[in-house]
Design a protein around this ligand. Structure first.
Ligand SMILES: CC(C)(COP(=O)(O)OP(=O)(O)OC[C@H]1O[C@@H](n2cnc3c(N)ncnc32)[C@H](O)[C@@H]1OP(=O)(O)O)[C@@H](O)C(=O)NCCC(=O)NCCS
Length: 151
């Protein structure tokens, strides 16, 4: 298979509408907030950085991550989705690997953390394939917390 080049680019005023138009499948709508909601969150929380997932020059998905390292050395992936038209092509996995690559370069990054709904088997498998491990911890709402331990 040809090498697929997935890159992450900060959402700008110009790319905002394209980002909002991306949606997961109908049956996945309960798994992640809408991208418009995530962009509102990012506008309010200065440390939350919204990135488009790009394959060539096409935005295929979205990642919101918290650019603030917590005192314990954790960075958090807050939201993550791939548009329904682009799922199942390996882009999700490549996007997570790319964000790990970016964060691991930071001296202060000890862990990258993410949480997902307890029944989200696809997300769990994807994160584990990218090196995330169970922490045994959950969010208040029951979401499962996984962690990638940085070198
Ligand atoms: C989770 C999500 C981002 C995966 O994106 P994707 O681009 O389809 O994922 P990939 O193509 O990289 O696939 C990764 C793995 O998941 C598997 N997979 C993808 N979709 C699947 C499905 N519907 N059913 C079963 N397996 C699936 C792939 O086969 C692949 O496994 P493999 O590497 O062993 O072959 C996407 O399904 C999504 O946006 N879901 C809704 C939002 C969500 O759940 N976000 C995460 C919340 S934290």
């Amino acid at each position: 298979m040809d090498q697929i080049n997935v890159s992450l680019n900060l959402i700008t005023k110009e790319s905002e509408l394209e980002c909002i138009s991306l949606r997961p499948r109908e049956d996945q709508l309960n798994l992640v907030a809408s991208n418009s909601d995530s962009l509102l969150h990012a506008a309010k929380e200065i440390t939350s950085k919204p990135y488009g997932v790009y394959v060539e020059d096409i935005m295929v998905g979205f990642i919101l991550f918290d650019n603030e390292v917590y005192t314990d050395g954790y960075y958090w992936i807050l939201r993550f989705m791939i548009d329904e038209r682009h799922q199942g092509k390996g882009y999700g996995k490549l996007a997570i690997r790319e964000i790990i690559r970016k964060l691991e370069n930071r001296m202060d990054c000890k862990q990258v953390r993410v949480s997902h709904g307890p029944h989200n088997i696809v997300a769990n498998r994807l994160y584990k394939e990218c090196g995330f491990q169970d922490t045994g911890e959950t969010e208040e709402n029951g979401d499962i917390i996984l962690s990638y331990y940085s070198k």
